[in-house]
Design a protein around this ligand. Structure first.
Ligand code: FES
Length: 162
C-alpha cells in the first residue's frame, strides 16, 4: 500500500515538473526562434498609401516618397522612405505611377514642366507624359506600378527596382 502511494506521488511529481519545465521552456524557445521566422521587411507586398487623390493635380506628375515600416528582430521603425515615384492623375481620375529611375541605367528622371516630358539628365533620355520613350538610349518605357484608389486615397503596389 505504502509502495503504491510512493509510486503515485512520484508520477504526479514528475508530471508536474514536466509541465512546469515546458511552461518555462516554450516562451524561451519562441523568443529565440521568433526573429528567424518573422519577415524582416514588410509593407512591400501590400499597397502603400501615397495620399488623398485631391492632392494630386490633374495632368501634372507629382513626385512622392513611398514610406513603409520595417521590423528587425524586436523593433518596428515607422515611416521609412523606401523610394520615390511619379504620380500622374489624369482627367478621368485614373492614375499612372511611374518609377523615378530611368530604364536605361537607372538615373533619376525629372519632370520638365516646360517640355511636358520626363527628362533623364544622364544621357538625354526623354519620355512622354505616359512614360513612353520619345528619344534617347532607353530600351523601354518608364516602369509603371500597379495602383488603385480606395476611399479617395491613392495606393501603389511599390516594389524596389534593382
Ligand atoms: S540613364 Fe537615363 S538615358 Fe541613360
Amino acid at each position: 500500500m505504502e509502495n503504491n502511494r510512493r509510486k503515485f506521488l512520484k508520477i504526479v511529481s514528475h508530471s508536474l515538473g514536466g509541465v512546469l519545465a515546458a511552461g518555462i521552456a516554450a516562451p524561451l524557445v519562441g523568443l529565440g526562434i521568433h526573429p528567424w521566422l518573422k519577415e524582416t521587411v514588410y509593407g512591400t507586398e501590400d499597397f502603400i498609401n501615397l495620399g488623398k487623390l485631391e492632392d494630386f493635380p490633374i495632368g501634372i506628375p507629382k513626385k512622392m516618397n513611398v514610406t513603409s515600416s520595417k521590423m528587425d528582430a524586436w523593433n518596428v521603425f515607422e515611416g521609412l522612405v523606401m523610394g520615390s515615384v511619379w504620380v500622374l492623375r489624369k482627367e478621368d481620375n485614373s492614375l499612372s505611377v511611374f518609377s523615378v529611375n530611368c530604364p536605361h541605367l537607372g538615373c533619376g528622371i525629372n519632370w520638365g514642366e516646360e517640355e511636358k516630358q520626363f527628362l533623364c539628365p544622364c544621357h538625354e533620355g526623354i519620355f512622354d507624359i505616359n512614360g513612353k520613350v520619345v528619344s534617347g538610349p532607353a530600351p523601354r518605357s518608364l516602369y509603371s506600378y500597379e495602383t488603385k484608389i480606395e476611399n479617395d486615397n491613392v495606393l501603389v503596389n511599390y516594389k524596389k527596382l534593382i
